[in-house]
Write a protein that binds this ligand. Structure first.
Ligand SMILES: Cc1cc2nc3c(=O)[nH]c(=O)nc-3n(C[C@H](O)[C@H](O)[C@H](O)COP(=O)(O)O)c2cc1C
Length: 381
């Protein structure tokens, strides 16, 4: 993979990024017709049935469209562990524990980070519609799956930042391709740190020593995970292609094989031995940031998820490619080593200038949006 021209020249206006090039073959594929991603098309189709349902003040179709936007959030192995319920003019955000990855995420920390990312996106969609979102965390002992409730309130001007972040939602994708061997500009890193801070988290940029340590720890973590039969089985479960599948990591999004294993990119092809992927040389000195929180409770995990999505969308606005990675925080003893100055590492992100990449599928709105009490959702272990 080659990178040519200056960074500015390579920037593509967000509006033109509806096509994704197949970097392996040099072809171009359109990910959705009429400018819509598959998840957006199904959202448009499935909201129609809800249109006449009353739900307090806000109209249901509007609330459903916010939810459709929220489902574009990133999630661990694209597990999409969320449900939403429209009730009394607001949206209940529900954790779907049946979609927990028991081997790498036994505490549900990464599940709640994923739900937090969807929660931030939901709030953003409401703001983009000119309403102020009120966010509450109802404690319902009868329903431990309910993690938050968001209600659109009074009218509010839509800022340029909100518009830019909202426009970035369908453009943000996890990019597992080699990045250009160039540094990310300091003002961009400052903006990303600010984005994390606004959602109650911190973002630390790894210097040369920390980067070497993180890469070493990630390699150790990846090796430990690979040796675990349960890990391989779980990876198979979330990567095995099947017709019409709308979750998991599809082969096209896995990226090439890092033959030298220098980057922290998770090897999603591991569980598919028949898969032939091109071997690529990755950038030797990746830019890595650690997102951390002061506490390490479920509330902090939810905050970390909101911060993660704000950081990823801000990076997208800055035309930076992103790869969240979490192998080193999936092994408690290794995660401990990443906890510095009392701040708990929640997830790491590789940043850089990358080639266009692929959109992953999302479950249709009718599978995740409830108008009635949620019945068939697992409870926390
Ligand atoms: C908590 C969490 C952990 C993740 N860990 C990794 C990881 O270790 N490696 C990776 O390549 N992607 C990781 N991702 C990215 C997801 O695989 C990705 O969001 C999902 O496949 C959906 O694809 P998209 O981000 O392109 O929409 C993680 C995302 C979240 C929210």
């Amino acid at each position: 993979m080659t990178f040519s021209g200056t960074r500015r020249a390579r920037r593509v206006p967000l509006a033109r990024q509806h096509t994704t090039r197949n970097p392996g073959k040099g072809g171009t594929a359109v990910t959705g017709s009429g400018g819509y991603r598959p998840w957006q098309r199904s959202a448009r189709r499935t909201t129609i049935g809800f249109m006449r349902e009353p739900s307090g003040g806000a109209d249901v179709e509007r609330l459903a469209s916010y939810v459709a936007t929220a489902t574009a959030a990133p999630s661990l192995h694209n597990s999409q562990p969320w449900r939403f319920r429209i009730r009394d003019g607001g949206v209940d955000v529900i954790a779907d524990w049946a979609r927990q990855l028991a081997v790498i995420d036994p505490s549900g920390r990464e599940l709640l980070i994923s739900v937090g990312a969807a929660l931030f996106t939901l709030r953003l969609a409401i703001r983009h519609d000119g309403r102020r979102p009120s966010l509450t965390f109802p404690q319902d002992p009868d329903d431990p799956r309910l993690v938050a409730r968001v209600t659109p309130e009074r009218a509010e001007a839509v800022t340029g930042v909100v518009r830019a972040l909202f426009d970035a939602v369908p453009e943000r994708h996890t990019n597992r391709w080699p990045f250009a061997p160039s540094v990310v500009a300091a003002p961009d890193l400052e903006e990303l740190a600010c984005a994390a801070h606004r959602e109650g988290a911190s973002l630390t940029v790894a210097g040369a020593v920390a980067r070497a340590a993180i890469l070493g720890l990630t390699r150790t973590a990846e090796q430990r995970l690979r040796g675990d039969h349960g890990y391989r089985a779980e990876l198979t479960q979330w990567t095995l292609p099947s017709p019409g599948r709308r979750d998991g990591v599809p082969t096209a999004a896995m990226g090439p094989w890092d033959a030298l294993e220098t980057t922290p990119v998770r090897d999603f092809g591991l569980a598919l031995p028949q898969l032939t992927r091109p071997a690529e040389r990755f950038e030797p000195f990746p830019t890595i940031v650690t997102l951390s929180t002061a506490g390490d409770t479920p509330a902090d995990w939810l905050a970390a998820g909101q911060a993660l999505q704000r950081v990823l969308l801000t990076a997208t606005v800055l035309h930076l490619a992103t790869t969240p990675f979490s192998q080193p925080v999936e092994i408690p003893a290794i995660r401990e080593l990443l906890t510095t100055q009392g701040r708990h590492a929640q997830i790491l992100i590789r940043l850089g200038i990358g080639p266009p990449t692929y959109a992953t599928p999302r479950r249709p709105l009718c599978e995740v949006l409830m108008m009635e009490p949620v019945a068939a959702v697992g409870t926390p272990r």
